[in-house]
Design a protein around this ligand. Structure first.
Ligand code: ADP
Length: 604
C-alpha cells in the first residue's frame, strides 16, 4: 500500500518534470530566479534588523549619534532596498509563472481530448471509463493545479529547506531551546493537517461523480442541439431541478467536510498560540538576563518564526505534493487506460473483399446477456445486403462488430479470409463508409463535415452533393461550402433540416469512396415512402460496391441481393426477397405483408 503511494508521487513528479522540460523549460529558470530572490529577501529580513537595532541601542545607551549614523543609514537602506527589489522580482516571477500555468492547463486539456478521441470506442460507452475521464480532468486541473501547481509544491519544499538550514544555524548559536519547542508544535500540527487532507481526499472521490452529472446538465445540455427537445417537453425545469439536487448534494458534502475539519482547525490554532507564548517567554528571559543583545532578541524572534514557517511549509507542501500528485495521477491512469482491443498490423489488400461472420456471438462489456449468438453469414464483394429485424434485434451491434468498434466475444469475423483483428486498425476502418442512425455533424463548415479527415476537393464534394440530392440546397446557403453548421461558434451558422442533415451525412459517406458502404437506418425519421426513395437512390449511387442497409422497415429489401432477418439474437432467415417473401410462417413474410401497403406504389 505504502509503496503504491510512493509510486504515485514519484511517477507523477517524473511525468511533470519531463513534460515541463520538453514543453516549457523556461519554467525551471523562473523557479531558480524565485529561489535566489526569496532566499535573499528572507535572510536579509532576519539578519539586517539585528545590526540596525544593536546600533540604535548603543545610541540610546549614550554613545554619540555621529559614530553610528553612517552604519544606521546603510543598514536601513539595505533593508528597504532589498525588500523592495526582491518584492518586485517575485511579483514579476509570479506573473510569468501564472501565464505558464494557464498554458499547461490548456495543454493537458488538449492532450486529454486527443487521447479520448483516439481510445477504443468501447470505452466511450463504458461508465467506468467516463468516470475515469472525469477524474482525470478534475484531478489535473482544479485539484492538482496542473504542472505548475505540483512543481510549485516541490519548489516550496526545496526553498524552505534552504531557509530552515540557515535559520537553524542562527538559532543554535543564539537561542538553542527554541528548536524543540518549534519541532513539537509542528509535529502536532502536521498530524491534524493530515487528518484534514484525508477528509478532503474522501470528498474528492464523492464529488467526482456529482461534478460529472452537474457538468452534463449545465454544459452539454446548453448545446443548441438539445434546444428543441428541452423546449417542447418543457424539460428545462426538470433539468434545473436535477442540477439543484446535485448542487445540494455537493453543498452537503462540503458542509460535512467543514464540520469534520472544525475540531482539527481549533486544535491547530491552540497549538500555535501556546508555541508563540513559550518562545517569547524564553527569548525574553535571555534578553533580560543579558545572555543576548536586543538585536539578537529580534533576530531570534524572526528566526523562530521562520523556522516554524519553513518547517510548516515543508511539511504541508510534502502533504500537498502527495495529495496533488495523487489527483494528477488520475490523468496518467486515464492516458494509460488499457487498450480494449488487440491491434494488428496487416495491411488490407486492394481490390475485392469478402466478409465472413463465423459463429460470432457477442455480449456488451459488463453485460451477461448475449446480444448476438452464433451468427454466420458471408457477404461477397459487390453484394447488396439488407439487414432487417425489430428494434433491439442486434442489427446495429452487427455493424459495430463488422467495423470493429467492438470485438466479438466468441467466433471470428474474417475479411478476405483473415481475422479482422490482424489488420492494421486504421487501414481496416478505411474499408467502410458508414452512416449511423445517430450520425453526428460537427459545428464546422459544410466542406469540413463532408471531407472530414480526407483532403477537401471541392469538385468531388460538389459531385457527391449532386448524388445525394443536396446540391441545390447547399448552393442556396449564404456561404456555400464555407457555411458553418449550427450556431455554436458562428452567429451566421445554419441549422440544417433533418433531411438536409441526412443528405450531408450521406454525402460524407459517398465522399469517402470506401469499398463497403453501410446505411444504418439514418432514415428512421422519414416516412416509409421517402425512406424507400433514399434507399433506391443510394443503391444506384453505390453501384458495384458492397452495401449493407439496415432497417426495421423493408424499404431497402426489394433491390438488395440478399436479406438477413435478425431475430432471437441471431440471423433467423437469410435469402433473396423472393425466397423469403413467400416462406410460410416466415418472419420476413409476415413483416412484408404487414408493411406491404406502404410499398404498393413503390414496388410496382
Ligand atoms: P437494433 O439495431 O436491432 O435496434 P442494437 O444492436 O442497437 O439493436 O441493440 C441490440 C441490443 O443490445 C439491445 O438490447 C440494446 O439494448 C443492447 N445494447 C446496445 N448498445 C449497447 C451498449 N453499448 N451496452 C449494452 N447494451 C447495448
Amino acid at each position: 500500500m505504502r509503496k503504491a503511494k510512493e509510486n504515485t508521487v514519484g511517477e507523477t513528479l517524473k511525468f511533470m518534470l519531463k513534460t515541463v522540460r520538453r514543453e516549457k523549460p523556461s519554467v525551471f529558470f523562473l523557479y531558480l530566479l524565485a529561489f535566489v530572490t526569496d532566499f535573499a529577501a528572507k535572510m536579509s529580513a532576519i539578519i539586517l534588523p539585528k545590526f540596525l537595532i544593536d546600533e540604535l541601542v548603543l545610541i540610546i545607551g549614550g554613545e554619540p549619534l555621529e559614530n553610528h549614523l553612517s552604519r544606521i543609514i546603510i543598514y536601513a537602506a539595505l533593508i528597504v532596498g532589498i525588500a523592495l527589489s526582491t518584492n518586485l522580482l517575485l511579483n514579476l516571477e509570479a506573473q510569468l509563472m501564472s501565464v505558464r500555468s494557464e498554458w499547461f492547463n490548456q495543454y493537458f486539456e488538449t492532450e486529454l481530448s486527443r487521447h479520448t478521441m483516439a481510445m477504443d470506442f468501447e470505452h466511450t460507452e463504458d461508465p467506468e471509463a467516463l468516470d475515469k475521464l472525469s477524474k482525470a480532468k478534475d484531478g489535473m486541473s482544479w485539484y492538482s493545479g496542473g504542472a505548475i501547481g505540483i512543481l510549485t509544491q516541490l519548489y516550496t519544499v526545496i526553498s524552505n529547506a534552504a531557509i530552515l538550514l540557515s535559520v537553524s544555524f542562527l538559532i543554535i548559536i543564539t537561542c538553542p531551546w527554541l528548536i524543540p519547542v518549534q519541532l513539537i508544535s509542528l509535529v502536532l500540527i502536521t498530524i491534524f493537517n493530515a487528518k484534514n487532507n484525508k477528509i478532503e481526499a474522501e470528498g474528492f472521490m464523492q464529488l467526482s461523480k456529482m461534478n460529472r452529472v452537474w457538468g452534463y446538465v449545465f454544459y452539454q445540455l446548453s448545446d443548441f442541439r438539445y434546444g428543441k427537445d428541452i423546449r417542447l417537453y418543457n424539460s428545462a425545469d426538470m433539468m434545473c431541478e436535477k442540477a439543484d439536487t446535485i448542487s445540494e448534494q455537493q453543498v452537503a458534502v462540503w458542509k460535512g467536510q467543514q464540520r469534520e475539519m472544525r475540531p482539527n482547525n481549533m486544535l491547530i490554532n491552540t497549538i500555535n498560540a501556546l508555541r508563540d507564548g513559550m518562545s517569547y517567554f524564553y527569548i525574553g528571559f535571555l534578553a533580560v538576563t543579558k545572555a543576548i543583545t536586543i538585536g539578537d532578541f529580534q533576530m531570534c524572534i524572526n528566526s523562530a518564526s521562520n523556522l516554524y514557517w519553513s518547517l510548516y511549509h515543508i511539511v504541508t507542501s510534502v502533504q500537498e505534493l502527495h495529495k496533488r500528485c495523487s489527483y494528477a495521477h488520475r490523468y496518467l491512469e486515464f492516458t494509460a487506460y488499457p487498450a480494449a482491443m488487440v491491434k494488428g498490423n496487416k495491411p488490407v489488400k486492394d481490390g475485392e473483399h469478402t466478409i465472413e461472420f463465423s459463429h460470432v456471438s457477442f455480449k456488451y462489456p459488463r453485460s451477461d446477456n448475449y446480444v448476438l449468438r452464433d451468427v454466420n453469414i458471408t457477404i461477397r464483394s459487390g453484394e447488396h445486403l439488407s439487414v432487417v429485424g425489430l428494434n433491439g434485434a442486434g442489427k446495429t451491434t452487427f455493424i459495430k462488430l463488422l467495423c470493429r468498434l467492438y470485438d466479438v466475444t466468441e467466433g471470428e469475423i474474417l475479411v478476405d479470409g483473415v481475422n479482422i483483428k490482424e489488420y492494421s486498425e486504421e487501414e481496416y476502418r478505411r474499408l467502410f463508409a458508414v452512416v449511423f442512425q445517430d450520425f453526428q455533424l460537427f459545428a464546422f463548415s459544410l466542406r469540413e463535415n463532408i471531407a472530414l479527415a480526407d483532403t477537401p476537393d471541392d469538385e468531388r464534394i460538389e459531385e457527391v452533393l449532386k448524388q445525394s440530392g443536396f446540391y441545390d440546397d447547399a448552393h442556396k446557403l449564404e456561404h456555400g461550402l464555407n457555411t458553418t453548421l449550427f450556431k455554436s461558434f458562428d452567429e451566421k451558422g445554419t441549422e440544417l433540416s433533418g433531411g438536409q442533415q441526412q443528405k450531408t451525412a450521406i454525402s460524407r459517406a459517398l465522399y469517402r469512396n470506401a469499398p463497403v458502404v453501410i446505411l444504418d437506418e439514418p432514415t428512421a425519421a422519414l416516412d416509409p415512402v421517402a425512406e424507400y426513395e433514399i434507399y433506391r437512390q443510394f443503391n444506384s449511387l453505390v453501384g458495384g460496391k458492397t452495401a449493407i442497409y439496415i432497417s426495421h422497415r423493408l424499404s431497402s429489401c426489394k433491390f438488395c441481393d440478399r436479406i438477413a432477418v435478425f431475430a432471437d439474437d441471431t440471423i433467423k432467415e437469410y435469402g433473396t426477397h423472393d425466397e423469403l417473401a413467400d416462406k410460410p410462417g416466415g418472419i420476413y413474410a409476415e413483416m412484408f405483408s404487414a408493411q406491404a401497403q406502404y410499398y404498393v406504389n413503390c414496388t410496382e
